[in-house]
Structures are given as C-alpha cells and as structure tokens.
Design a protein around this ligand. Structure first.
Ligand SMILES: *[C@@H]1O[C@H](CO)[C@@H](O)[C@H](O)[C@H]1NC(C)=O
Ligand SMILES: *[C@@H]1O[C@H](CO)[C@@H](O)[C@H](O)[C@H]1NC(C)=O
Ligand SMILES: *[C@@H]1O[C@H](CO)[C@@H](O)[C@H](O)[C@H]1NC(C)=O
Length: 437
C-alpha cells in the first residue's frame, strides 16, 4: 500500500514539475520566462579561455561569420554544391537546456536563422567530437520517436525527409556545402525544460517538443555545442511549437562578447517599455516558406549623410558581423571615413577584410550608424558596432562577396537592444537597453 502511495506521490510531483500550466499559475499570466544565454567567448561561458587575446577572439568571430554567411547564402539560393566548410551547429550565443526525464543539461547554439532543433544523440553511427554532454534517448523515460504520419514530420521540408513504409520513422537528412558535411537522424519528441532566471518559476517545462536526434554527423562541427536550438519562424521551430503558451513571442537582449554578464532570452510575455523611448517596430517580410526573419532596409545614414536602398536584410543571432552588398558597403565606407576623418589601414591586425582605423596617430570618434527600416530608425550605437583590437578601431559591418548575396544584420549590431519577435503580428521590435544589467 505504501509503495502505491509513494508511486502516486512520485507521479504527482512529476506532473507538477512538468506541466507548464501549473508553472504558469505561479507567475503573472502572459509573463513568460527568461533564461540566460551566453556568448561563447565571454567570461560567463563554460568555454571561456582567459588566455585568448581580444585579437584572437575577434579573428575567430570574423572567420566564423564568413562561414555562417556562406551557409545562409547556400541555404537561400539553392545553388547546390559549394566547396566550403559550413559548420551546422555553430553560433556565437549558446544556451543550456534540459531535455528528457530525468533531464540532461545540454549546451546548444541559439540560432534564429534555422527551424529544426537537433542534438547529436548517443549511439550515433557517425559522430563529431563533442566535448559537452550529449543526449541519450534510451535514458529518457519520456522520449518517443516521431512516426511519419505526424504533423511535425510532415512539416519538415520533403527534400530533407526519408519515410520508409516498413518502419514508420521520421528520418531527416541535411547536407551542407558540397555534402561532405551532413547531419541526419530520427525525429523524436521529449520534454524540454528551461531554467528560468527570474525568482518566480524555477523551471518551465514543455512536454512533447519535436526535435532531431542526430545519429549521422560527418564533417566540421563545433565541439562545444550539443546541437542547435532553432528559433526560426517556420512550423517546426521551437518558437512555433511553444506557440500559444508563449503567445508566439520571444525576445533577447545580447550583451557583448567581453561582457561580464550573461545575455537573456525571453519566451512569451510583454516586452517592457515596448512603447518607450527609441523603440522601433518593423514588419517582417513574409513569404510562403518562412524560416528566416527578413526586414526591409530602406536606407542607412550617418549624421547628415545618407544612402537610399530597398533591400531585405535578414536578422540572425548566429552571425557576428553585419553583411551588406558591396555596392552599398562601398558608399557606407566613404561616409564612415568622412565622419571619422581617417582612412582605414590597408593591413589590419585581423588580416581579414574588415575596415580598421589606426588609433595610434590620433584620437578617433566613431559615429552611430542609423538603419532606416520600414517603420522606424534603428540606431546602431558606435560602441556596439565598432570594436577595438590592439590600437585599431574596427567596424562590425562588412561587405558580402557579391551584390545580391543575402544581407544580414548580425549579432554585434544587436547588442544592447531588446529585440522582440512577434510571430502573430509578424513584427520585430528594437528597444535600446543595457543588456549587461
Ligand atoms: C586558450 O587560448 C590559448 C591562446 O590562444 C591557447 O594556446 C590554449 O590552447 C587555449 N586553451 C584551450 C583549453 O583551448
Ligand atoms: C568539399 O569542400 C571541402 C572544404 O573546402 C574540401 O576540403 C573538400 O575536399 C571538398 N570535397 C569534395 C568532394 O569536393
Ligand atoms: C575536447 O576533448 C578532447 C579529448 O578529451 C581534447 O583533446 C580537446 O582538447 C578538447 N577540445 C576542446 C576545444 O576543449
């Protein structure tokens, strides 16, 4: 009898801990929940290496940006095979998430430019070297493979899907670049729990979230990351799956790479100060298949000088730098040179195509750069969009290889802004905020 009682108590405790509506009851309705995320090179990161110089950090960021930009171009253009290394689980901002029962804490890249959440799973046939905990579906009581005839399986792009009649397993398969990098596996569902940072809810848990359990990873992967959290706007994305319980809203506030503070990711709720000073709300450019968050960029100005354009720009947490068409960038460079009153050095300390100005010879004052979006002006503050390497001041905006390549608003441009996404009203809002508070 007492064993039976214990059994029921265990179940009750389990239900209490794992049902979001119960947790929601403890918080203000629609308040959502916030979690800490961290820049991989920041002191808050478990991968922080205090002997890396800022120059080394920025050099890596410039290289990973270029790789990520190639991947976005490749994703968007269906150009087929390209001979470049594309790293599928890379991203500057990482978060800890607990998956399964009992929960296992995984570290994964937070990426707004992709829908599918996936983790490398134990007993993978092809595995990348992963230096952090991986997910073992057999050790989770709540894990289930996803059959083919389910919504989340059919929501995957047909070209990435293999459903064999005899097994009814939803198998996915993604290749990158020239197909030497692949990730493939089986779609499954399990409980995702987020450890919240505000005092109300210790843990927000959501049962039956669909994700990829990766059994075949070949090519170049990030050893720190257990996989990817897809925050895109398509139906398989984590945001769409959490859906009504987060009012189809999320926001983040990114602290810079060398900040002593963590950054924040918030699901649901109202954005404080959304109507406050300097808040800009812009409409997403919508398409039939919408994974990516594209905004309409109508101009760029510095002080009294401005450029007009009508181009889409994708907002991405995974790319560090901001990418513009070369023709636009060249005009921007002229404006920056004019305001700074100096020419960029030809051999910059990063030895990469980045604009850097020598501060040895004179004191330079970098300007704010204003992006005119459809709906308002987004001010990129000088101290976020310029960074310092040795005695050089470098610009976090670069040119993409060719006109017409995807333009990307990278994460450096988004530092110290509360960036809010509303998938129902299809808008993105930006409010200036000190994200290291
Ligand atoms: C930390 O960075 C230094 C300098 O780049 C490097 O020599 C060292 O191998 C790094 N340590 C680890 C554990 O990655
Ligand atoms: C694919 O691209 C990578 C990276 O550039 C290269 O090392 C590799 O040789 C290429 N493989 C094939 C089959 O072309
Ligand atoms: C990952 O682990 C391997 C083996 O334990 C170790 O040799 C390697 O240095 C680690 N890599 C990183 C980036 O920590």
């Amino acid at each position: 009898m007492s064993i039976l009682l214990l059994y029921f108590l265990t179940i009750l405790t389990y239900v209490y801990l794992h049902h979001p509506w119960l947790i929601e009851a403890k918080t203000h309705p629609n308040d959502g929940f916030s979690i800490n995320i961290f820049h991989r090179y920041s002191p808050k990161s478990p991968f922080y290496n205090s002997s890396m110089s800022p120059k080394e950090v920025y050099h890596r960021l410039v290289l990973s940006s270029a790789s990520r930009h190639r991947q976005i171009k490749w994703q968007q253009s269906n150009i087929g095979v390209v001979n470049t290394n594309l790293i599928p689980n890379d991203g500057d901002y990482l978060m800890q998430i607990s998956v399964g029962t009992p929960p296992v804490q995984l570290v994964a890249a937070v990426v707004t430019g992709t829908d599918l959440t996936w983790f490398q799973c134990r007993r993978c046939a092809l595995c990348y070297q992963q230096n952090t905990t991986n997910f073992d579906p057999e050790s989770s009581r709540t894990y289930m493979n996803l059959p083919c005839d389910t919504g989340h399986c059919s929501n995957l792009d047909k070209t990435h899907l293999n459903c064999y009649q005899n097994e009814n397993l939803c198998r996915y398969w993604y290749t990158y670049g020239n197909a030497t990098t692949v990730t493939g596996g089986v779609m499954g569902t399990d409980t995702f729990s987020f450890t919240s940072m505000n005092g109300y809810d210790q843990c927000a848990a959501f049962p039956s979230i669909a994700f990829g359990c990766g059994y075949q990873q070949a090519g170049v992967f990030d050893t720190d990351s257990a996989g990817v959290l897809g925050l895109g706007s398509g139906p398989v994305s984590l945001v769409s799956q959490l859906g009504p319980s987060i009012s189809y809203k999320f926001s983040y506030c990114l602290a810079c790479a060398d900040s002593q503070s963590a950054s924040r990711l918030r699901f649901g709720g109202v954005f404080e100060d959304a109507s406050g000073n300097g808040c800009v709300t812009t409409a997403l450019v919508t398409r039939d298949s919408s994974t990516l968050y594209n905004l309409e960029l109508m101009g760029i100005s510095i002080g009294q000088m401005s450029l007009n354009m009508d181009r889409e720009i994708m907002i991405d947490t995974g790319t560090t730098l901001t990418y513009l068409d070369p023709s636009i960038f060249n005009n921007l460079e002229v404006m920056v040179n004019g305001v700074i009153g100096a020419m960029p050095v030809s051999d910059n300390p990063l030895a990469e195509p980045v604009l850097c100005y020598d501060t040895n010879t004179e004191f330079l004052t970098p300007p704010d750069i204003v992006f005119h979006l459809n709906g308002g002006d987004l001010v990129l503050k000088a101290n976020n969009i310029f960074f310092v390497v040795d005695n050089y001041l470098c610009l976090g905006i670069v040119k993409s290889p060719t006109d017409g390549d995807p333009m990307v608003l990278g994460n450096m441009a988004q530092v110290n802004l509360e960036v809010g996404f509303d998938l129902l009203s299809k808008t993105v809002s930006f409010s200036p905020r000190d994200c290291s508070q």
